[in-house]
Ligand binder design. Structure first.
Ligand SMILES: [Zn+2]
Length: 318
């Protein structure tokens, strides 16, 4: 009898626990979506004059000009804490799937965990890109941007960015390398005519945008619009959530993505906002098609396959 009661108590405890965790994650997502649906003016209020969350006001400055968004971010600059500590790796609070335990899911989880571990191990060994490596990346990007501009009768656009961190995000060598090589990849925004160059820390005030790796807990310090769950963009600040940087999103990885590709997707997506794009301006065209870059792939793939590069119809700059 006592044993039966004990079993019943354990069963009830498990059910209650399961409901709790579902409710917590569901509420977080709902809060984020509620924030998404707020008018830009509401969302921008806490982040300063021109912070417009993911709305993209279409008036992005071109080239060396940085006329918009400059007022919103100065309060955060002083908090940036560069850290050279080696981070301890797989402690990120990834968005979790729904706890499937069949063999197929186990195999998927093993593959995913191995991919994440390998990527984080590679981060620890990353060395700054050499000048030769950077020049090779630059020349490919410029050739692609010039060709794209020539095709549309425009001129190539050159954007500058400042790299910053907020909180303890560990060593940032890999982050710096990946941001530079992703933004200048011929499969990415250079196809819309844009190239990207990091400025020295002393020149950060002049940069067209700040690209920030932030500890998840500080995401909302950039704007109440931002969520501890995801990355976001506020005015000129492109903020990458360190939990996502180190762990991706389960659903995206389960759909065939890798952490390296997730990182490229999130950089291109958030910088896409800075270039004038908005969330879900186009959505999945059909099952098995590549998801548009600006679809909120971290939340929903809608039957599309994971994709980290702008699609042809997304190759414009506002
Ligand atoms: Zn977005």
């Amino acid at each position: 009898m006592i044993r039966r009661i004990a079993v019943a108590v354990v069963a009830v405890a498990l059910i209650v626990c399961g409901i709790c965790s579902t409710a917590v994650s569901g509420r977080t997502l709902e809060q984020y979506r509620a924030a998404q649906s707020q008018p830009a003016t509401v969302r921008s209020a806490s982040a300063g004059a021109t912070a417009d969350g993911d709305d993209g006001n279409g008036s992005s400055s071109r080239g060396g000009s940085s006329s918009d968004g400059t007022a919103a971010d100065s309060e955060n600059t002083g908090d940036a804490a560069d850290s050279s500590d080696t981070k301890n790796g797989a402690d990120s609070s990834k968005t979790t799937a729904d706890g499937k335990t069949d063999g197929k899911s186990d195999a998927k989880t093993d593959t995913k965990d191995a991919d994440i571990a390998a990527t984080l191990a590679s981060d620890d060994k990353a060395k700054p890109l050499t000048d030769d490596e950077k020049n090779a990346i630059r020349s490919r990007a410029r050739a692609t941007a010039q060709e794209a501009a020539a095709n549309t009768g425009g001129a190539p656009l050159s954007y500058t960015y400042c790299l910053r961190t907020k909180g303890d995000v560990g060593n940032t060598t890999a982050f710096a390398n990946i941001v530079f090589s992703t933004l200048n990849d011929p499969k990415g925004w250079p196809r819309a005519g844009a190239t990207f160059e990091q400025v020295a820390d002393a020149d950060c005030g002049l940069a067209d945008m700040d690209i920030i790796l932030s500890q998840a807990q500080y995401m909302t310090s950039f704007s109440s619009y931002c969520s501890v769950e995801y990355s976001c963009r506020v005015g000129q600040e492109v903020i990458i959530n360190d939990d996502r940087w180190d762990g991706g999103v389960d659903a995206w990885l389960d759909a065939g993505g890798t952490l390296s590709r997730y990182r490229e997707m999130v950089i291109n997506h958030e910088v896409g906002h800075r270039l004038g794009h908005i969330d879900n301006e186009t959505t999945c065209a059909g099952a098995g098609q590549p998801a548009p870059l600006m679809q909120e792939q971290s939340m929903h793939l809608d039957g599309c396959v994971a994709n980290e590069w702008p699609l042809d119809h997304e190759l414009w700059i506002g």
